[in-house]
Design a binder for this molecule. Structure first.
Ligand code: GDP
Length: 411
């Protein structure tokens, strides 16, 4: 697992320093193209470290505007330990969509707070999203410590305020770090300006996080992605999302409930495997010629997830259009898909203040969240999000557009 990437997202209020921190991380880890690094160094030779970095940010900005070379939507850097992918979160509705569709599953987050401004509206909204999306590994950085004379009290005050707020969202940050993204204090190197802080730098903190690859130690879950026919063989393709798949193992296919035995397990460019672990993409064949199709979920007999056509969820509404109770929608969960409707909106609330706006509502507006009941036409294999995220998160679609994301709360 040594060379597994770690994907993380940087969130926080506008202007608190997200882009600057991305630039700083790329620069300090030497991750920009060599000609770019050389150019920046040369142009700022006599101008000192800070200005040198300002040049870099100008370059990044320029290139971003032209849309070339440095793709800040997915920036990469490397430490001695592993490679990192920074997922940029341009707007939080994009972020929710990406997270819930699996387009970019962040395993961790850096929450950035301006030392001078403190906790602001988006700090709270983004924190709520992190908890909604089940991102458990969080590093809080208090940025722009230079603007508050590097005072420990300012850092301590923001830390205690956030500790309470995040605690209410069941988020326990792994680290709180005072930084100056612009100059690099406590990013790659410990700051000389804050001798009172003896904790980890941002890079050290990142290196100590876990890569959560699938969810091992659980019962087998394999959502079927596709069926391939080669000659008279039918290959079932999918990613093992939890547990282990073994050759010769008895399996159950949901929703039909048919049972069979795994005959072979194959992986691209590899010989037959005896088993496959969570996180592996494989092709399998079965002993009996069952009718298996995309959207089925393969699991272990006796340890199967619940098969439900009605469940309680937290929903995050992402469309400018209003959701009307009972309107026909499509739900997607892992590779499963069904017609569905929101049959009850128990309450709708403001997603940044979490203030309840209405009980028993009949509609839901842009950027509001709600506790709801969903009814699906076909039964879906589901888990509570807190127990197994892959079968516990879903998106709702209307006319092929994702209009909401949600997580399963109660089955
Ligand atoms: P974003 O909107 O969160 O991406 O914020 P930016 O990275 O664009 O930063 C907003 C402004 O804050 C810019 O003018 C940065 O130069 C400035 N800034 C970022 N980090 C620091 C810092 O550590 N110290 C100071 N003094 N300014 C900073």
């Amino acid at each position: 697992m040594e060379n597994q990437d770690l994907k993380f997202v940087i969130v926080g209020h506008v202007d608190h320093g997200k882009s600057t921190l991305i630039g700083r991380l790329l620069y300090d880890t030497n991750s920009l193209p060599p000609d770019k690094m050389a150019e920046i160094k040369k142009s700022s030779e006599e101008l000192g470290r800070v200005t040198e970095f300002a040049f870099l940010m100008d370059h990044l900005q320029e290139e971003r505007e032209q849309g070339i070379t440095i793709d800040t939507a997915q920036a990469f850097f490397k430490t001695a330990k592993r490679q990192y992918v920074i997922i940029d979160a341009p707007g939080h509705s994009e972020f929710v969509k990406n997270m819930l569709t699996g387009a970019s599953q962040a395993q961790a987050a850096i929450l950035i707070v301006d030392a001078k401004e403190g906790v602001r509206e988006q700090t709270k909204r983004h924190s709520y999203l992190l908890s909604l999306l089940g991102i458990k590994q969080v590093i809080v950085v208090v940025n722009k410590m230079d603007l508050v004379d590097y005072q420990e009290q300012v850092f301590a005050k923001i830390k205690s305020e956030l500790d309470i707020f995040l605690g209410n969202l069941q988020i326990k940050p792994n680290f709180y770090i005072p930084i100056v993204a612009l100059k690099g204090d406590n990013v790659a190197l410990a700051s000389e300006n804050m001798p009172w802080y003896l904790g980890a730098t941002v890079l050290f903190a990142l290196d100590s996080l876990r890569e959560e690859v699938g969810e091992a130690g659980q019962a087998l879950v394999l959502p079927v992605q596709e069926i391939y026919k080669i000659g008279d063989k039918r290959y079932v393709l999918g990613r093992v999302e939890a547990g282990e798949l073994k050759s010769g193992q008895k399996i159950k296919v949901l929703p039909s409930g048919q049972e069979t035995i795994i005959k072979t397990i194959e992986k691209f460019l590899q010989e037959n495997l005896l088993s496959a672990q969570a996180g592996e993409n494989i092709a399998l064949t079965t002993q009996d010629p069952l009718f298996i199709e995309r959207g089925n979920v393969i699991c272990e007999t006796g340890k199967e997830p619940s098969l439900k056509s009605e469940f309680a969820a937290t929903l995050f509404w992402l469309s400018q259009e209003t959701l009307q109770k009972d309107e026909p929608l499509i739900i997607k969960c892992a590779t499963q898909e069904s017609a569905c409707q929101v049959s009850e909106i128990k309450n709708r609330f403001n997603s940044s203040t979490m203030e309840i706006l209405e009980e028993n509502a009949s509609q839901l507006n842009f950027l509001e969240a709600a506790q709801i009941i969903i009814k699906t036409k076909k039964p879906l294999a589901l888990s509570k999000f807190s127990e197994f995220s892959e079968l516990g998160k879903f998106v709702l679609l209307k006319n092929d557009n994702i209009i909401a994301g949600g997580i399963v709360i109660e089955l």
